[in-house]
Design a protein around this ligand. Structure first.
Ligand SMILES: *[C@@H]1O[C@H](CO)[C@@H](O)[C@H](O)[C@H]1NC(C)=O
Ligand SMILES: *[C@@H]1O[C@H](CO)[C@@H](O)[C@H](O)[C@H]1NC(C)=O
Length: 464
């Protein structure tokens, strides 16, 4: 019962469709007098739905070649998020827009968004390295031009925000590479063939300098992406990639981090020139340089992504804080020695023995006794007497006396009775002398080790 009705409805619809089609074909505006028409009207007639379908790509047997040019005008970066302001240009031949015969006098058709809305244009999708689509907003700055032969030049400005997986191991001396790729997302490789123009496909503002980066160069690659992608037609897509290469402008970090940290290390060393019992100044100096350096480092590191691996800046931070801390620890060590009462006996006034006896004065004394007793039991009393009888040096508050450290009055010769030659010589130092001795050595040892560290660090940074 229902089928004749459906059939009738179908016939009616089909008839109507044919009718409309015929009607519009008949109404198709003629293009013969194209030269007399204003551009707007001519374009409307040229792209009238009766002769131009803007949803169908230009008719070619092979995939439509599209030449792409790109210009980067500006870039911004915050942490690993980049914003790039660019102008993209597509050039392709749309033979359906050829107006050589219909309007021979016209040289070029120029237009903006309204012209773009009337013709077929490629649909570009931007993706970043990880394959996720990026936020690309095309602003209203569109320019379209069509020449006589139907050569369409379609340019627009675009703001692209993309993430870049940065390798910060050498931060702040790092070089980065970031990739963005784009393809036509409504036409797969069978339909559209995106290509970088042969002539330089990329222009950037001269010396493009953004945030703290300097762009070195950009590399262009052609590739293809095999689908399917969610929301995209099946097939492979020609993919254009740009790889930006840039490095950090080190100037800021030199001025705001490295030079101040040098100054802080040098400031921490001032402590070696202060007297060992000058507790308040030396403690204040040490503690305040530690605090100042931590603050300095926080200021520099707050703007970079928190990565879990060790960065070059972390190595620097740890080393410098270690040096500053050691200066503070050296003070504590020296101060403890200074406050000792007992004199220290040591074999030779060499750093090894000074340190040994400074760390273990008791053991050092036992060593002396054992040493002496092995030679002659009789000499112990004598040597002890001679040691004890030596009057302590008038040292307090007097730096100069330290210079007499190696002079003869510091040596206590222990002679074995009945023997002509001196068997061994022990030196006696007051705790103050030891403290000052350690300070004097520190004045050399700290700068030298810091210098060695610096050589290694800068070689690592620039040569590896
Ligand atoms: C497309 O172009 C081919 C020849 O290149 C032609 O045979 C075909 O009719 C054209 N199709 C349309 C829809 O214009
Ligand atoms: C695209 O570029 C190639 C080589 O640079 C050139 O031969 C071709 O004519 C260009 N195509 C268009 C449509 O401009």
């Amino acid at each position: 019962m229902a089928s004749p009705k459906v059939l009738l409805l179908g016939i009616l619809l089909l008839g109507g469709g044919i009718g409309i089609g015929n009607g519009s074909a008949a109404d198709c505006p003629t293009l013969s007098n194209g030269d007399d028409l204003p551009q707007d009207q001519f374009i409307s007639q040229l792209t009238d739905p009766c002769r131009y379908d803007k949803y169908v790509r230009p008719n070619t047997t092979t995939p439509l070649p599209i030449n792409v040019t790109m210009e980067i005008t500006h870039m911004e970066a915050t942490q690993s998020q980049f914003t790039s302001y660019m102008t993209v240009q597509f050039v392709y031949l749309d033979s359906n827009l050829n107006y050589e015969t219909s309007s021979p006098q016209r040289t070029i058709i120029l237009g903006d968004e309204s012209l773009k809305a009337k013709i077929w244009t490629p649909n570009i999708l931007m993706r970043d390295e990880s394959g996720t689509s990026v936020i690309a907003t095309s602003t209203k700055d569109i320019v379209v031009s069509i020449t006589k032969t139907g050569l369409v030049t379609y340019s627009y400005k675009m703001t692209v925000q993309f993430n870049c997986q940065m390798d910060l191991k050498k931060f702040p001396f790092d070089y980065q590479r970031c990739k963005i790729a784009f393809s036509d997302w409504s036409n797969n490789a069978a339909n559209v063939d995106l290509k970088w123009t042969q002539t330089p496909p990329f222009y950037k503002a001269a010396d493009l300098h953004f945030s703290e980066y300097i762009m070195d160069e950009a590399e262009f690659n052609l590739g293809s992406d095999a689908g399917p992608y969610p929301g995209l037609p099946v097939g492979t897509f020609t993919k254009l990639t740009i790889e930006f290469k840039f490095h950090r402008d080190i100037g800021y970090y030199l001025l705001d981090f490295f030079i101040p940290s040098y100054l802080l290390v040098f400031t921490a060393w001032v402590t070696f020139w202060l007297q060992a019992d000058a507790g308040p100044p030396r403690a204040t100096l040490g503690a305040s340089t530690v605090v100042a350096f931590i603050t300095l480092h926080l200021g520099v590191s707050k703007d970079i992504p928190k990565v879990s691996y060790v960065k070059a800046s972390d190595v620097w931070f740890l080393a410098v804080i270690f040096f500053i801390f050691l200066s503070l620890a050296e003070f504590a060590f020296v101060n403890v020695i200074w406050r000792r009462k007992k004199h220290i006996e040591l074999k030779k006034p060499k750093p090894k023995y000074v340190l040994k006896s400074a760390f273990m004065p008791q053991k050092s004394r036992e060593d002396l006794q054992r040493y002496a007793s092995t030679l002659s039991l009789a000499t112990i009393g004598q040597s002890n007497d001679s040691l004890n009888s030596t009057k302590p040096l008038p040292l307090q508050g007097n730096y100069k006396s330290v210079d007499s450290l190696d002079s003869a009055n510091c040596h206590t010769a222990i002679s074995i009775p009945g023997s002509d030659e001196q068997v061994f010589t022990w030196t006696k130092m007051t705790p103050q002398e030891v403290a000052i001795y350690v300070d004097r050595k520190a004045r050399i040892v700290f700068p030298v080790t810091f210098l060695i560290f610096n050589v290694l660090y800068w070689v690592f940074v620039y040569c590896l």
